[in-house]
Design a protein around this ligand. Structure first.
Ligand SMILES: C[S@@+](CC[C@H](N)C(=O)[O-])C[C@H]1O[C@@H](n2cnc3c(N)ncnc32)[C@H](O)[C@@H]1O
Length: 217
């Protein structure tokens, strides 16, 4: 096994410098999020955006559902990787974040993103009742509802479709048995649930705060 990498900020910057360039609007969202102080941490990392874009392109994904959009960095990044007739439905309950995201989508002339602004549990029920289906679902909203979101996603995802969940390593805390705080335990329980779920083939990829990639069997 090769020597373990210490992913310093310096090395992360090197990786970004040697990957595809971000668009002007992607850069603008990142700058905007930095101006929000602590909230900037809600955004997925640039490496995660690149990883998601690559997956979307190689899997010929056309219909994406995002649960938790914040100011739009992940939604815009994923939409940019879609074919022209692709669609991304973005769910978020926060009007302020969603209106900022909308302004970035307009600036990028990105018309494939449709926003639904209300608690995601309600939106998901409506999507299920109207028999909508997706070939990629990205879960990145409130952790207390991860299990709900995952279970509904199983109903909404096409066979061989991808369910991708963010923050599954919870800053590494999940592997620290001495840590028993509420959110660490929520993520641990969630990871245990996915691990035993025979309906999906799953793997955790250590990019950003950890992504679980599930393929519906
Ligand atoms: C971690 S952020 C999403 C970050 C986004 N994917 C990105 O990369 O920029 C989580 C988002 O979930 C939203 N959220 C939290 N609870 C929610 C709920 N019950 N229903 C819908 N959205 C919710 C928050 O408003 C926030 O924008």
């Amino acid at each position: 096994m090769p020597k373990k990498l210490d992913l310093t900020d310096n090395l992360e910057q090197y990786i970004i410098n040697h990957s595809e360039n971000l668009s002007d609007v992607q850069n603008e969202i990142i700058q905007h999020n930095k101006s929000l102080g602590d909230q900037q941490r809600l955004q997925i990392s640039i490496s995660q955006a690149h990883f998601l874009q690559t997956l979307i392109k190689v899997s010929n994904v056309k219909k994406i559902l995002e649960i938790g959009s914040f100011t739009g960095f992940s939604a815009l990044s994923m939409a940019m990787a879609l074919p022209l007739d692709g669609i991304l439905i973005s769910l978020d309950k926060n009007y302020e974040f969603s209106s900022k995201a909308k302004s970035f989508y307009a600036k990028a002339n990105e018309k494939r993103i449709k926003q639904i602004i209300k608690p995601a549990v309600e939106s998901l029920k409506e999507l299920k009742d109207t028999k909508k289906s997706f070939d990629l679902i990205f879960i990145d909203a409130d952790k207390e509802n991860y299990l709900n979101y995952y279970e509904t996603s199983i109903d909404l995802i096409d066979k061989k479709g991808l369910i991708i969940i963010d923050n599954v390593l919870w800053h590494g805390e999940v592997a620290d048995n001495a840590n028993n705080d509420k959110f660490t335990n929520i993520i641990r329980d969630f990871n245990n649930h996915v691990k035993q779920d025979k309906r999906v083939t799953k793997n955790i990829i250590p990019v950003g705060d950890g992504l679980t990639i599930c393929i519906k069997n």
